[in-house]
Write a protein that binds this ligand. Structure first.
Ligand SMILES: NC(=O)C1=CN([C@@H]2O[C@H](COP(=O)(O)OP(=O)(O)OC[C@H]3O[C@@H](n4cnc5c(N)ncnc54)[C@H](O)[C@@H]3O)[C@@H](O)[C@H]2O)C=CC1
Ligand SMILES: CC(=O)N[C@@H]1[C@@H](OP(=O)(O)OP(=O)(O)OC[C@H]2O[C@@H](n3ccc(=O)[nH]c3=O)[C@H](O)[C@@H]2O)O[C@H](C(=O)O)[C@@H](O)[C@@H]1O
Length: 468
């Protein structure tokens, strides 16, 4: 029996030995297509290219495709990614295209890394995933493996992806493999995470799908490969991780409101509580953003008919922190004698998380629109957002970082503490500061600092409770 895989053939159902399969994969004889070249897709495609020597990235955004094919990297602040993209494009391991069906026809492994969002009714929106699945179906061959790395509601792979692939390709489901292998990566450390910070979870729709997926990720990751009993469990692992985080952030936010009432510093209480191993209370803040953590609970509540008060309540607590922040700000303005009809507030950090260029569900957005509704003039500084990308921020007047302290704002709010803010002269603002993430070293300034659920350094005694 030949120990040589025909170039382009798939590994699902192959009679080759596993060593021969690994050799075929790392020799470039098992072409890979990665669908979605965003914050997660580009790092993933680059690692697949580095290992397989034969990966094509697919994106609907022509600018993304052209950027990648120039060997350039559009995903910011991912250590090592720009070099890896440049190297793999230069040696021919990585290329990009907008032609998903042509890519699917060439590939034997198809990796879905496209966004999975919500409808306006907070229901899972799998339209993007479905479009990519249909493109793959149009080019699917017997022996191929389709991998769902996108985060999806549990049961999506078995109930939606497999039937759609079979219908579009005309193949019988047992002619190709499908596995849910959710991406457990954090932006800002994507390459190291993909290569093994955490165990890689792999869940095949059948044992052969799981076997092939585990073999491939055994080449990408130097961490343990955890093969779950089926694809649904693998999908649930990812969603449960995210829901765990949302509920625990809601707990931290609720505890912050109690800390205010008891005139105690919630951060100190949390830090000390977390010194025992059964406690991992998260951090309070102005809200939970991104298109992951605030979305994943709806992959359960919007996908299954279960009587659940907990997840919706946690979502309401987290979404309520924007208004909580605004109400604190209104009290701060009053305490500092600012009673004009149109005070000016400067927001520092608009994206959902420090040093990450993503505005989806960012707490700064409801904070800004709530302030605008009350007649406040809202200025914003965010070094992660170029001026030509400011269009979505129509409630906020853009200010360059260099001009931040010159704005004569009546109050300053640190919503997202980008690393650039560490160098700011907080005294130069000559205004009270609401430090939404507890990111300012109070010893470094005489400015009055207010925190959510925290002690308020440099705040005069008559300016409300909970102060030093
Ligand atoms: N951002 C994160 O920290 C993490 C995200 N994830 C999951 O990864 C998936 C992707 O998220 P991100 O990379 O952050 O999204 P993103 O928004 O950064 O990038 C998505 C990319 O997909 C492209 N795209 C949209 N429709 C497409 C289609 N039909 N075919 C091909 N490409 C298409 C877009 O043009 C964009 O370049 C989501 O399911 C998310 O839940 C998982 C772990 C971490
Ligand atoms: C369970 C978990 O930690 N998931 C991670 C999460 O990463 P993500 O980039 O969404 O950021 P995050 O650190 O969870 O923050 C989400 C939001 O929550 C806020 N946040 C975060 C932690 C906290 O204690 N308090 C808090 O208010 C952040 O400011 C941000 O607005 O979601 C990622 C994802 O699935 O996209 C996932 O891969 C990451 O491992």
């Amino acid at each position: 029996m030949s120990q040589q895989l025909d170039h382009g053939a798939g590994l699902y159902g192959t009679e080759l030995s596993e060593p021969a399969q690994r050799e075929a994969f790392t020799n470039g004889d098992v072409p890979v297509a990665v669908y979605g070249l965003g914050k997660m897709g580009l790092p993933l495609a680059a690692v697949y290219a580095d290992v397989s020597g034969n990966t094509i990235g697919v994106d609907i955004d022509e600018e993304v495709v052209e950027t990648v094919n120039r060997g350039e990297c559009h995903v910011k602040r991912e250590p090592g990614l720009a070099d890896l993209v440049s190297e793999t494009v230069a040696d021919g391991s990585l290329r990009a295209t907008t032609d998903a069906t042509a890519a699917a026809a060439d590939a034997a492994v198809h990796v879905l890394m496209v966004p999975t969002l919500l409808t306006d009714e907070q229901e899972p929106d799998l339209s993007i995933l479905t479009a990519a699945v249909e493109s793959i179906g149009a080019g699917l061959s017997p022996g191929d493996l389709v991998i769902v790395e996108s985060t999806v509601p549990p049961r999506t792979t078995v109930d939606h992806v497999v039937p759609r692939l079979a219908e579009v390709s005309g193949l019988d489901p047992d002619e190709f493999g499908v596995a849910a292998c959710p991406e457990r990566t954090v932006s800002g450390e994507a390459l190291q995470d993909i290569r093994g910070t955490h165990p890689k979870v792999v869940g095949g729709v059948d044992s052969e799908s799981g076997r092939v997926a585990a073999l491939l990720y055994g080449e990408l990751s130097d961490n343990e490969i955890i093969e779950t009993s089926d694809a649904t469990i693998a999908e649930a692992v990812k969603v449960f991780e995210g829901v765990y985080r949302d509920v625990n952030i809601a707990l931290a936010n609720q505890l912050a409101t109690y800390a205010e009432a008891m005139d105690a510093d919630v951060t100190e209480a949390i830090d000390v509580a977390n010194t025992q191993p059964f406690c991992e209370i998260h951090d309070p803040g102005p809200g939970v953003g991104g298109h992951c953590i605030p979305v994943y609970p709806y992959f359960l509540t919007g996908a299954f008919d279960v009587d659940d008060d907990l997840l919706p309540t946690a979502r309401a607590v987290n979404d309520g922190m924007a208004d909580y922040t605004v109400s604190m700000l209104e009290a701060i303005l009053a305490a500092h004698g600012v009673d004009r009809d149109d005070p000016t507030v400067l927001l520092l950090g608009l994206t959902y998380k420090a040093n990450i260029e993503e505005l989806r569900n960012a707490p700064s957005l409801p904070i800004a629109s709530h302030l605008r509704e009350t007649g406040v003039k809202v200025l914003g500084v965010d070094p992660m957002i170029d001026s030509d990308d400011w269009g979505d921020l129509d409630d906020i007047e853009r200010v360059d970082l260099a001009d931040a302290t010159a704005q004569q704002a009546d109050a300053v709010v640190v919503v997202t503490p980008h690393e650039e803010f560490a160098a700011l002269d907080w005294d130069a603002f000559d205004a009270p500061i609401l430090d939404g993430r507890g990111s300012i070293d109070a010893d470094a300034t005489d400015a009055p600092i207010y925190r959510i659920g925290g002690v308020w350094p440099n705040v005069p005694a008559d300016h409300g409770s909970n102060h030093e």
